[in-house]
Write a protein that binds this ligand. Sequence first.
Ligand code: FES
Length: 334
Amino acid sequence: MACHPAVKNINKMRKIKLLEYSELENRKPVGKQVNGLDLVIIKYENNLSVLYGRCLHRGALMADGHIDGDNIICGVHDWDFRIDTGVSEYDNNEALHKFHSEIEDGYVLVDEEEINKYLNEHPQPFNRDEYLGQYADTNPQDTEPYNSYIKELAKNGLKNWGHHGPSASMGVDRNTLPKWEDIQFLPAQLASRPLLDDQEVSTKVVIGRSANKPLELAIPVFVSDMSFGSLSKEAKVALSIGAELSGTGICSGEGGMLPEEQANNSRYFYELASGKFGFSWDKVKKAQAFHFKGGQGAKTGTGGHLPGNKVTEEIAEVRDLKAGESAITLSCFS
Ligand code: FES
């Protein structure tokens, strides 16, 4: 059978059979592989094209697409490539490589050397022995940011995440928090007379005025409850000393009482939360304030998770856990 005039003569090359010519239907793309390279073969009237078989957008199989006029259209997002040249009409810079082919003794032949050269220059990312390996995304883009995440879940379920699924440390952008400069103090005029510049202003706050042991803070702020584990020992102790120097207190957070933190602050708040880590009523006696956390304040409705790899010997001891054991805080008291 005669070659198509556009098809280079490959008599001197290493011919490899792709398929029988009679298997091809007019304008119906067929996929084949040679040495792991995907090809798409298109017969159109008396012509034949053998093109690289993966879409240049995200790597879909072009054999899964369809022919529309002079183009083969990818079945995923409709990228188009000319069937005669492989060049995209939409963007001429994108072109599926066209391989030399010929028909001999009823078979479609290609040149194995050309295929291997192409493979050398364009290593293929498809590991077909792997689950979903056939569908590797050759060009991941942030327009579809969850593709690889969905594939990872399809492949491994929650094995690599833990039963809570993906979790990350909490955090709020500084710019989205209220700022001190947003506070407007109502100016005093007549009903409350303004103070003169040299008059002293007390910032003292008393918590539990009628309690047996009221707690007095020199300023109306204290260091709130971040647990040992979410913060390092160094940070906890430094904050405790800083609070003490400022005349105010610090709260243990839900991660138990870090002895050095408690010892460095005389206005210590000791917290009981749903995780009850290392909690004991004996330790309450060492504190100046008992802090009860009924729900997860910053983590509304979700509870907390300190991953096992962060639970060191020391954190484990304070929290009454085993080293390496994840610390799970329930979303409410059980
Ligand atoms: S993968 Fe082919 S158009 Fe997107």
